[in-house]
Design a binder for this molecule. Structure first.
Ligand SMILES: [Zn+2]
Ligand SMILES: [Zn+2]
Length: 443
């Protein structure tokens, strides 16, 4: 059998050969952004590529997800390479959908292209016939935890149970035959650095809140009403009073928005809705902040005599990158990028990702690649260097698959032997469900 170096060379050659087609996927996804659980066209784009490459796949997983299998000499170990399908909603982004306002401002369009890059490399090069394990290519829906009311409606219809894509894929058993997982996210990195090795990030829960008051004439008879907007305003102020009690080390983030503020300006608002995340570095930090936020939400209802409904939903678990798997990734990054261009692991991000959920049940990595400009989740976030943002991570991940699965899959087996996951899938599901709460409180 060819040595690993030769196999790595072969996959990189295929990626270079199909470079333009791979980058075209990034551009195509950019021009048709779709938020989570609505990624129909983006999923079709991925399916068409899998058909073109002759890779068997299943679609419609967790509404829009896709899983394709590249079989090697053995079925296991199975390495998942993941790309996220969904966009955000940023109506003033230059590539926003004019009707829905959806826009790729988190670089998931680059991830879709990387996934196709890895698929192209591994299938066209013929390397799978030398590998002692298999690869699952997963196009995952709904990483951005947004449009909670819409997703709750899907949940009420029994279409989904969890509001994030990977959590839902785990629940459905799509990770049951997978041993470890990798993906690469884009990021605008400091000082022009090209790669940030994965560190830790916050976990989160989500809340959907509704204040119910009493409508009346806002000018003529406000005394006959109960102002639900005032209740929400007091709750926001009350949440702010909790901030000094959050420990810096816990990196708590609570950032509510009002999604409905009233019906008409001349009516005392009787139905006001909010959404918020409660993020923290650890589950204990999240639970502590959760309790305080609920207290603050009730305070708003108490002050004006309104009713508050608080729906608490499981979100994402804190991310932890597996060191051994990440070292395989880093060694391949070093083959393409200078040592000085790579920021070592160790930073903590205060955002959240559902890759954290995957990382709780198996070794997983989530490094960040450069090649983008602008502010993450802002109206100016764009891929500006496709070779770096798409082609480089596709090569790194394809080469890492080879290092893990060549030579009897020694490396993958070593990682699985040394790294026991934090919990089983059953324990994960129990934990997720423990966050679920529905409360109705009359102030
Ligand atoms: Zn994002
Ligand atoms: Zn993202």
């Amino acid at each position: 059998m060819p040595v690993k170096a030769e196999l790595r060379k072969r996959v990189c050659k295929e990626i270079d050969r199909y470079c333009d087609e791979i980058i075209a996927v990034c551009e195509s996804a950019l021009s048709h952004p779709e938020p989570g659980f609505k990624e129909k066209r983006t999923a079709r784009l991925v399916e068409d590529k899998f058909i073109e490459l002759g890779i068997p796949y299943r679609a419609g997983l967790a509404v829009t997800g896709i899983k394709a299998i590249l079989k090697g000499k053995q079925t296991r170990p199975m390495i998942a390479v993941i790309g996220e399908l969904d966009s955000l909603v940023i109506p003033d982004h230059p590539h926003a959908d004019p009707v829905t306002g959806a826009a790729h401002a988190c670089g998931h369009n680059a991830q879709v292209a990387m996934l196709i890059g890895v698929a192209t490399a591994l299938s066209r090069s013929g390397v799978m016939s030398w590998l002692d394990g298999s690869v699952a290519l997963i196009a995952a829906p709904a990483e951005e935890y947004i449009q909670i009311e819409y997703r709750q409606s899907l949940r009420k219809q029994g279409i989904i149970e969890y509001l994030g894509g990977k959590a839902e894929l785990i629940r459905l058993g799509e990770f049951d035959d997978i041993d470890m997982a990798m993906m690469t996210h884009t990021a605008n990195l400091p000082e022009g650095k090209k790669l940030l090795m994965g560190g830790t990030s916050n976990g989160t829960i989500a809340k959907q809140v509704q204040y119910l008051g009493k409508a009346s004439h806002a000018g003529g008879s406000p005394h006959q009403g109960i102002n639900a907007l005032n209740a929400a305003t007091i709750a926001m102020a009350a949440i702010n009073t909790q901030r000094e009690t959050f420990k810096d080390a816990d990196t708590v983030r609570v950032h509510p928005i009002i999604t409905k503020g009233g019906e008409a300006v001349n009516i005392v608002p009787a139905d006001v809705r909010m959404e918020t995340f409660v993020r923290g570095k650890t589950l204990d930090a999240i639970k502590d902040a959760d309790r305080k936020v609920d207290r603050a939400l009730r305070a708003g209802a108490l002050a004006v005599g309104a009713k508050v409904k608080i729906n608490t939903l499981p979100g994402y678990l804190p991310m932890q990158n597996n060191e051994l798997l990440q070292e395989v990734y880093r060694q391949n990054a070093l083959r393409l990028l200078g040592k000085d261009e790579i920021i070592p692991a160790g930073t903590h991000g205060t955002g959240s990702t559902d890759m954290g959920d995957v990382a709780h049940i198996m070794p997983a990595v989530h490094p960040m690649i450069g090649g983008v400009s602008g502010t993450s989740h802002g109206n100016d976030y764009l891929v500006c260097d496709h070779r770096l943002a798409v082609i480089t991570p596709a090569k790194i991940m394809a080469m890492s698959v080879i290092d893990l699965l060549a030579d009897g899959a020694t490396k993958a087996k070593e990682i699985l032997e040394k790294c026991k996951p934090a919990m089983t899938k059953a324990e994960y599901i129990t934990l997720m469900n423990s966050f679920l709460k529905e409360e109705e409180w009359q102030g």
